[in-house]
Design a protein around this ligand. Sequence first.
Ligand code: SAM
Ligand code: SF4
Length: 342
Amino acid sequence: MPDDVSHIPASTPLQDSFGRRITYLRLSVTDRCDLRCRYCMAEHMTFLPKPEVLTLEEMLSLSRAFMERGVRRIRLTGGEPLVRKNILWLIEALGDEVKRSNLDEITITTNGTQLAHMSHTLAQFGLKRINVSLDTLQADKFAEITRRDRLTDVMNGILTARDAGLKVKINTVALKGKNEDELIDILDWCVSEGLDLTLIETMPLGDVADAREDNYLPLTAVLPRLGERWALTPSGHRTGGPARYYDIAETGRKLGLITPLTGNFCDGCNRVRVTCTGRIYMCLGQDDHVDLRAALRSDNPQANLHAALDKAIGAKPKGHDFAMSDGRMVGKVGRHMSHTGG
Ligand code: SAM
Ligand code: SF4
């Protein structure tokens, strides 16, 4: 059982130079993963040596420093967060912060492979909703996209999570020539299983085997096709994130679209990302970062951490530069998504 700590005292909220309040932290708990999605990782990745990765205790201290500065929601991601050893310890500790009202929400983004055996514990520790990434319902295509034959585990995991009372949102990266012809089936399946769906445009993060442009599918081209199958009406629903939502008539479900390439969403950005080595990236699409690990491991972690946070947030850029230009994807950054945390 994590240590009991009292109410976390509030101090100066984190606000960037564009007046945006930072209330949302995405914390990558590992760079490792049990899948190898082609758009996210190379087949042979060199993973970080253990001493470079923050311990779970350090991740909890860091999270508490963010809470002191006004962060209300934390999403654990990776790599695959549920393959990090003892991750349930951190999830329980953060769940306790929700119970103490120091946080509004703790949630995760997962590939779903571990959910069949972990969902009930996650629900017990206070998770209310999770995002599960799934790009196809076909076993052979799943094995091709992720380089691993794990669709059955993922499907069992998703249904176990739903039955454990977690709200499940499926995240699907729209991939030209891969799942393009299946997006209607995926939406139909989500509606029939009582799951929400968000479609995401692929982004130029890190080098992968295929040219990014080969798989890029603009969601502006997908929406009209989905609209022929379901009556979609723009929704005012917002989660503070980049997705824009549509109500799917008569289903009570929502379709989200995340369009970094066809529709920039940075104006209302309320988030920062911290890698498993303790680097804070103020924008997914920029390389500026500040090392929080050095502050955490210093003689005066509390003061140094808050000074590092001030420096980082003061340097938060206006937005990413991802775009298509003459058929090429521009604004690329060298880090893989699995490094920064999706
Ligand atoms: N392993 C977990 C998972 O797959 O959900 C969490 C980490 S993963 C990096 C988070 C999300 O990033 C996934 O939904 C994945 O599809 C997405 N992603 C990875 N690389 C991407 C890219 N280049 N462009 C768009 N989305 C990407
Ligand atoms: Fe792993 Fe998630 Fe990246 Fe796929 S998208 S390789 S599941 S980290």
